[in-house]
Design a protein around this ligand. Structure first.
Ligand SMILES: Cc1ncc(COP(=O)(O)O)c(C=O)c1O
Length: 364
């Protein structure tokens, strides 16, 4: 980071940024990568690139972060919420078709907790109806679906390098563009609608305003931090795997009697151990778990508050009962404490504390 600072060339698309881009392309098979200030910005750039506009409809799960929907709403398009599969909390493929109308332009699935959504059938539906797919892969860098990296399948995908993610530079993101004829324009949109990319590649002497766009750039100082993190990905994922294993061991005895449910990994997936959630048998037991663990200074949290029943979702005309599985499970789901260093310090404490709380609630 000091090196980037001292180079005096520490704006976007400089030395360390280019190194991150090359690494990501080579390692994960992405066609092109644009580093952005966040995953939020990456999806806004993706929505611009896809020419989403007023009256268009985009199908997405309600169980996601506001950013997935904001990228759509900011273009004047309408988010159409789809329910989830309770095994993964990812979009329920079976429910996509009935939501398609002549206004549908895009499907925006997410990879919740780093578990890949079922991209093959999603792309098949998209092909059939000529829809664009933009994958919100905020949480799934280094997860694989059918042996190909998340983000390498659809035309557009967005990653997050926020502090809460496996690989982080504080705030950061990337838009992946796998559609060859969109790559040049993506570079214009990223650089405030100018063709500065052509100047950087020696194809032009002076750049000019050629399209709409914004400042979708990551400073090279943050890119330097990101590069170090990217280079440590395997170590990070390995540490996090230990946390998953420990939690699975702790909670699986409670699965058979129906006290909790753990996520079910779909076939052909390899995960990055971003997070682990459990679903309690009742909202009351979830509340007891949260209160009792907090008393022990252990802090699981509740996951997403569904978008369809949020104040903004209600303004869009949704009622809580419209997306029933999401509404029900979001009140029973807990995300367990999960960060890389926990594998080195604190995991035993969390395991013992949460084990004692489960014993208190269920009596065994
Ligand atoms: C699914 C999803 N999309 C988007 C975001 C936003 O990412 P960022 O903070 O990089 O904008 C998050 C953040 O946690 C997320 O979970």
């Amino acid at each position: 980071m000091l090196d980037a600072l001292r180079s005096r060339g520490h704006c976007g698309n400089r030395f360390y940024g280019e190194k991150c881009v090359s690494l990501l392309k080579e390692k994960y098979g992405f066609l092109s990568v644009f580093l952005t200030p966040s995953c939020t910005a990456a999806m806004e750039m993706g929505a611009l690139l896809a020419n989403l506009s007023v009256g268009d409809e985009v199908i997405l799960p309600s169980y996601t972060f506001s950013s997935t929907a904001n990228a759509i709403v900011l273009r004047g398009a309408r988010p159409v919420f789809c329910d989830v599969d309770p095994d993964t909390m990812n979009i329920n493929i079976e429910l996509i078709n009935p939501l398609i109308t002549e206004r549908t332009r895009m499907i925006a699935p997410i990879d919740y907790a780093g578990v890949p959504c079922d991209m093959d059938p999603i792309l098949e539906i998209a092909r059939k109806h000529e829809l664009i797919v933009m994958q919100d892969a905020a949480q799934s860098l280094h997860s694989f679906y059918k042996e190909k990296a998340c983000g390498s399948w659809p035309p557009l995908a967005a990653f997050s390098f926020h502090e809460s993610k496996n690989v982080s530079c504080g705030e950061g993101g990337a838009l992946i563009v796998n559609q060859p004829d969109w790559v040049e324009r993506a570079a214009f949109l990223q650089e405030k609608g100018t063709d500065r990319s052509l100047v950087l590649h020696g194809q032009k002497r002076k750049y000019s305003w050629v399209d709409i766009g914004s400042s979708f750039l990551l400073s090279d100082i943050l890119a330097a931090m990101l590069l170090a993190q990217l280079e440590a990905t395997e170590t990070i994922v390995e540490k996090r795997r230990r946390i998953t294993r420990a939690y699975q061991e702790l909670f699986s005895p409670y699965e058979k009697p129906g006290c909790v449910r753990l996520p079910k990994l779909p076939a052909h997936t390899q995960i990055n151990h971003h997070a682990l959630f459990i679903i309690f048998d009742s909202a009351d037991n979830r509340q007891r778990f949260l209160s009792l663990t907090n008393e022990r200074d252990i802090h699981p949290y509740i996951g997403y508050v569904p978008l369809h029943s949020s104040p903004m979702g209600r303004k869009l005309g949704y009622r809580p009962e419209d997306i029933p599985v999401t509404e029900d499970i979001s009140q029973r789901l807990v995300r367990l404490p999960f960060y890389t260093d926990l594998a080195d310090q604190g995991l035993d404490y969390c395991q013992d504390g949460m084990g004692a709380v489960m014993h208190q609630i269920y009596g065994f």
